[in-house]
Ligand binder design. Structure first.
Ligand code: NAP
Length: 282
């Protein structure tokens, strides 16, 4: 495995096994430089979202990198106030425009049950999904998926979907391994993208990881990201610091033993957990 290795999605498209996260990378110079630095370090997969407010800078960095479009994988997401058919159609066009792209590699429903749609989230998701399927037919999106979906959200979506979701992007790191939804996705051929693979920084509180990192002459971040890859997840580390951006993709010259993996698995619950998507207040 290298940073150029791909997973094959169940729609046949390919996705690089590691992506670059951009949440809290502020629009403007910070996000643009971070994405440029990521592309220079070898990332070819960038994860943004309408709500991150940085699609414009992400798009500029992509354009200025000069990397051919077909060598890149770009994801963005439908925000919570844009659910349902008409709004989703418009949101897709607006994201494309801000990014300056002709097509998206992946478009995700960001949350399954936003506060504004709590009484009719199933219908809202079904409507959004129809708009996303049409965008696939029109060539505006290659692959479609979801984020923060639990089993009941996926089952509801599957009732009306013509194209089944190929990705579920969830909070996933040693402190919250989300076994139920992970097993469901694996059994249904849905690739799991691991967001907050470093617990938005909280994973560094865990001293146990330092010992494992030392034995491999690697950093804690590298050990945790390697754990994610060896689990078959697709980690999306975020950083705006060039040295860390580079460090976070140098994962392909070492391997964690089964014993190391077991030690890391035992960190469940020790540094934060996923939010309940049915109770979020946004
Ligand atoms: N779908 C969703 O609902 C959702 C939710 C959250 C996140 N995501 C996606 O997942 C991505 C990653 O998650 P995240 O942003 O929560 O955070 P994360 O990648 O788990 O952690 C990022 C934090 O760790 C620091 N960091 C990164 N690499 C480091 C290293 N090698 N050593 C020490 N510190 C390091 C970063 O600092 P600096 O930046 O200051 O270097 C930042 O504070 C997001 O950017 C986004 O693309 C999706």
């Amino acid at each position: 495995m290298t940073e150029q290795t791909y997973y094959t999605l169940k729609d046949g498209n390919k996705i690089p096994v590691i992506g670059f996260g951009t949440w809290q990378a502020e629009n403007g110079d910070i996000a643009k430089q971070a994405v440029k630095s990521a592309l220079e370090s070898g990332y070819r997969h960038i994860d943004t979202a309408m709500i991150y407010g940085n699609e414009t800078s992400v798009g500029e960095a992509i354009k200025e990198s000069g990397i051919p479009r077909d060598e890149l994988f770009v994801t963005t997401k439908l925000w919570n106030h844009d659910h349902s058919y008409d709004k989703a159609k418009q949101a897709i066009n607006e994201s494309l425009e801000r990014l300056g792209l002709d097509y998206l590699d992946l478009y995700l429903i960001h949350w399954p049950n936003p506060i504004d749609y709590r009484d009719n989230w199933k219908e809202a998701n079904a409507g959004s999904w129809k708009a996303m399927e049409e965008a696939v037919d029109e060539g505006k999106i290659k692959s479609i998926g979801v984020s923060n979906f639990l089993i009941h959200h996926l089952k509801a979506l599957e009732e009306t979907a013509v194209i089944q979701p190929v990705i579920n992007q969830i909070y996933l790191n040693p402190s919250d391994q989300q076994h139920e939804i992970v097993d469901y996705c694996r059994n249904n051929g849905i690739i799991l993208e691991a967001y907050s693979p470093l617990g938005t920084g909280d994973i560094f509180k865990l001293k146990e990881l330092e010992r494992i990192a030392d034995t491999h002459n690697k950093t804690v971040a590298q050990v945790v990201l390697r754990w994610s890859l060896q689990k078959g997840f697709l980690p999306l580390p975020k950083s705006v610091t060039p040295s860390r951006i580079k460090e976070n993709i140098e994962l392909f010259d070492f391997e964690l033993s089964e014993f190391d993996m077991g030690l890391i698995d035992a960190l469940q619950g020790k540094a934060g957990s996923a939010r309940n998507p049915d109770e979020v207040t946004f």
